[in-house]
Design a protein around this ligand. Sequence first.
Ligand code: FPP
Length: 240
Amino acid sequence: MLFKRAKKKQEKQVVDERLQHIAFIMDGNGRWAQKRGMPREFGHSHGAATFKKVGRYCESIGLKYMTVYAFSTENWKRPQKEVDTIMRILDEYIEECFIEMVDDNVHFRFIGNLDIFPAELRAKMDKIDRETAHKPFLLNIAVNYGGREEIVHACRELIREGVQDVTEDDISAHTYTACCPDPDLVVRTGGDLRISNFLLWQSAYTEYYFTDVLWPDFSGEDVDAAVAAFYARKRRYGGV
Ligand code: FPP
């Protein structure tokens, strides 16, 4: 009797101290939905589900920090219906955080220029951050985030503090991600080869991984592929 040989499952890539922080540009939601004859908002709903799965997976492989680009300072230019959907997803996610944070290992942080959001929403973001601050896996969710805006914000803070002789460390200490190391790896899904104003200051020596996979299709196996690609590289930080 012939038995079908089971497909060998790809090894789960566990990370070490060389790879502590991965940042994701979650691109391709709109195209994923359009390919299915659905409105772009449908892609964002699926994208949000993928974000939760990928977050859990990254925590399970031993990563310490994860940052996702959920909404940029430029995304307000999108049709109002689409902006409203992303904001609704964010709002629902925040409510879920309150329920799930008790059992999760996740320290949730919302980063970006949060002043634009209603005070009530900001208060919720702040509360989740404070109440999960002791958890070991830091998840930065970038909303109304722009890399250039962040650098300007850091400069303004330094001027306000009266710092005269500004150093690189001063700027780093005033970025929205000051509480974690720079990303070791930035993963961009969706096939485009650009940075889109994401973590400009922090990614000076970051490795990049681009994939054609559209974000809603992105899986743990795709994380493994990105991690394997990262370990195949030699980081030289400008040296030899
Ligand atoms: C880019 O795809 C995606 C966004 C601008 C929004 C990403 C938001 C989510 C995945 C929801 C996240 C939710 C939480 C709670 C963090 P695109 O729309 O530009 O896709 P396209 O390139 O195919 O048009």
